[in-house]
Write a protein that binds this ligand. Structure first.
Ligand code: MRU
Length: 365
């Protein structure tokens, strides 16, 4: 998508410098900084420190990490070590494991001398596929928005609530939850987005930055406002992303998603999840029992980062000295609370049968 009128992907291979370029998301929405990543440890740091974040993007980044590792040492041992190291960076988003399994499967049979080139080609394939998957999610999701718009007066916007940042910078391009929104806007439909701030890391500010850059009407709200907005008939639909969805349709996403799903159910608001197929964990049946939830640093809760009055980016403490904090980064929304899963192959119920009907080749035992 565009930043200051120029098209960007969230990562790209720089042929001249022979490095991966990423957007360092720690500085957004205040500063747009591009950074080179070359050594395996740089990739590990980029994912752990959330310079890159969002389930599809960390999968694609890890694939480039393997490609760069193979340039340093293309042995079987280093291939395995690189995959294990990268897989340990973040525990919840399954796209990481998916991308690394694919790298292993493709690269192992290839002679070490040819692996570096093959690994780069594969990483680029994974990135390009992500763009196309998200574009298609948008095509399907657009029809839902079109259906809601049809019941409104001309020019009255479809009001969509989203949580976290499931936008283009959380993927390689388009975003998952935002792809239908971008496509609706580009098709001339009026949309207005309620953007949850998404404490503790405020990824909603990234979504606001994206939507603003694309000229889409939006309003930033405290996480606790969603239920109130729904009770007052101000939300037509919810669309969120996901970090791991079980084969039975349970959706693990950014902490707070479950509360939005409960409020949506209580108020008859449709709750959709934009789901690229690499985010389905076909090995998991029960999301609550089986998905590992990342526990992040307490400091993300006790402190808030932002732009200071002098223009510098800084962090302020919001709690009394010595107060402890828990920071579970994700929660699980049971499939029964989800109206539909918007995948690249179409929309299905959040059930084992629904997913199996769209992806029969993956669901088969
Ligand atoms: O901790 P983050 O910022 O990596 O979490 C991101 C999310 O939870 C997104 O909603 C999810 O990855 C879907 S992104 C297309």
């Amino acid at each position: 998508m565009k930043v200051n009128g120029r098209h960007y992907r969230s990562l790209w291979w720089d042929e001249g410098e022979e490095v991966l370029k990423i957007i360092d998301q720690r500085w957004l929405p205040h500063e747009f900084r591009v950074q080179p990543v070359a050594a395996l440890q740089d990739f590990v740091d980029a994912i752990v420190q959330m310079r890159v974040r969002g389930a599809p993007l960390i999968g694609a980044t890890a694939a480039y990490g393997v490609a760069c590792a193979m340039r340093a040492d293309s042995s079987d041992q280093y291939l395995e070590a690189a995959c294990v190291t990268l897989n340990a960076t973040r525990p919840t988003a399954v796209n990481l494991r998916w991308a690394l399994d694919r790298c292993r499967d493709v690269l192992r049979p290839i002679p070490p001398a040819d692996r570096a080139r093959a690994a780069l080609t594969l990483a680029q394939e994974i990135a390009d596929e992500d763009v196309e998957i998200n574009r298609r999610i948008g095509v399907h999701g657009l029809e839902i928005i079109r259906g809601i718009a049809a019941g409104k007066r001309a020019g009255e916007p479809v009001r969509i609530l989203t949580h976290c940042n499931a936008g283009w910078i959380a993927t390689v391009d388009w975003g998952t939850a935002t792809s239908p929104i971008y496509q609706a806007h580009d098709a001339g439909l009026a949309v207005h987005v309620w953007v949850d701030e998404t404490r503790p890391r405020n990824q909603g500010a990234l979504t606001a930055w994206e939507l603003g850059s694309h000229g889409i009407s939006h309003c930033y709200v405290a996480d606790n406002a969603g239920g109130h907005l729904m009770q007052h008939g101000l939300v037509d639909m919810v669309i969120v992303g996901t970090d791991r969805t079980t084969r039975t349709g349970d959706v693990c996403n950014k902490i707070g998603t479950y509360l939005k799903a409960l409020a949506a159910r209580d108020n008859g608001v449709p709750f959709y999840v934009a789901l690229p197929s690499p985010t389905i964990d076909w090995t998991v049946e029960d999301g609550l029992a089986e998905i590992p939830i990342e526990e992040r640093a307490a400091e993300e809760v006790t402190h808030v980062q932002g732009r200071m009055t002098d223009g510098a980016i800084g962090s302020v403490q919001v709690t009394p000295e010595g107060t402890g904090a828990a920071n579970p980064a994700f929660d699980v929304t049971p499939g029964r609370l989800v109206t539909g899963l918007i995948t690249e192959r179409g929309i299905c119920p959040a059930t084992a049968e629904g997913l199996a009907a769209l992806f029969p080749e993956r669901a088969a035992p």
